[in-house]
Design a protein around this ligand. Structure first.
Ligand code: B12
Length: 294
């Protein structure tokens, strides 16, 4: 029985595009509490599954950014960020974990995938790179050869000793073009070449990516100002994390839909990143004018 093949096919049957395996030794240097063995004692392998974002949803973002169609922005929140990918990833993580326990008699712990499922037990970005699915882009999230940053990932920890996949070693996926930096409306992504950046070592490879001002990113994502599609100016652009959380707790609950609060989930950095096959997916189909500053 080729268990890795079965698990990968199961991930695909459950709507996933990618599946990779990392050995636990690739997680040396994890921040306290986030090492896989601190979450699952005896963890030997980390399985990472990934789903691409629909081209049709990224194009809805282009209509919003380029044509002012604010009414289409929620499609990204729904199908590209908070709702669908998270639930799909959650179901697929569950199916893979069930298969590991049923077929191998080992223990498998699926982790949270992000908004709507909450929790952040491990850095999923680091796990996706460790499992060979791609590399960090300057914008700090993971780029894959086909989809660039337009993917979401989920993680399953297991005591099963699975053969690890090689880490990505193809052509560099990010050429530090700086489009993500220019596309961000609140300047949350550090400038290319800035000294304020992050480095980390996974396996034998060293990676560098920008420092992200996550508080700023959050203000835009959650439409906390009118200029980002919000109903009111709830915080200043340079609000601190505590100020943001206080404002968020007072934000009126949305009267419609599954989400409790307004959120537009921005996504400019990942929509305009030319990595992966952006040209084939969007430019050649004339889906984007390609200028984030317009
Ligand atoms: C909370 C969160 C947010 C918050 C951030 C709040 C905050 N203050 O951190 C907000 C809402 C702002 C946000 C924004 C976005 N997010 Co988000 N987010 C998360 C979430 C749920 C948790 C992040 C986290 O706290 N991780 C835990 C800490 C420990 O990790 P860290 O901060 O990344 O790690 C640092 C160190 O601890 C160290 N480190 C951590 N682990 C390890 C391991 C080793 C071995 C080493 C050496 C070092 C190391 O390196 C880092 C730098 O110092 C993750 C899912 C997840 N669990 O990872 C998604 C996740 C990172 N988000 C994702 C996405 C898509 C986005 C957005 C693009 C959404 C959008 N707007 O469209 C933006 C990102 C914009 C950008 N350019 O970065 C995806 C990224 C997918 C990808 N392709 O890589 C993830 C992985 C969700 C998923 N299931 O796919 N996000």
């Amino acid at each position: 029985m080729n268990i890795k093949k079965i698990l990968k096919e199961l991930a695909v049957k459950n709507g996933m595009d990618m599946c990779g395996v990392a050995s636990v030794d690739r997680f040396e240097g994890s921040p306290p509490g986030t090492h896989p063995t601190e979450i699952l004692p005896g963890c030997k392998s980390v399985i990472v599954i990934g789903v691409r974002l629909l081209d049709g949803i990224i194009q809805a973002n282009f209509r919003s950014f380029e044509d002012g169609r604010g009414d289409l922005k929620g499609l990204y929140g729904q199908y590209g960020y908070a709702i669908l990918p998270n639930f799909e990833l959650t179901y697929a993580c569950y199916a893979v974990a069930q298969a590991v326990e049923r077929y191998l008699g080992e223990v498998a712990t699926p982790l949270s995938t992000g908004p709507m499922t909450m929790g952040r037990q491990i850095s999923i970005r680091h796990a996706a790179v460790a499992a060979g699915l791609g590399e960090f882009g300057w914008m700090s999230i993971v780029l894959t050869p086909e989809f660039g940053p337009r993917n979401r990932f989920g993680v399953i920890l297991t005591t099963a000793e699975l053969e690890p996949d090689p880490m990505y070693s193809g052509e560099p996926l990010c050429d530090n073009c700086g489009i993500c930096v220019k596309a961000c409306p609140i300047k949350a992504i550090g400038a290319v070449g800035s000294e304020d950046k992050h480095s980390c070592k996974l396996g034998e490879k060293e990676y560098t990516y920008a420092t992200i001002d996550m508080a700023k990113c959050f203000v835009v994502e959650h439409a906390m100002r009118k200029e980002y599609g919000g109903r009111e100016d709830l915080v200043e652009n340079d609000a601190s994390a505590p100020e943001i959380f206080e404002a968020l707790s007072k934000m009126p609950a949305s009267g419609s839909g599954l989400q409790h609060q307004d959120s537009w989930y921005c996504g400019r950095c990942l929509s305009y990143c030319p990595a992966g096959k952006w040209k084939e997916h969007f430019k050649e189909r004339e889906l984007s004018k390609g200028n984030p500053l317009k």
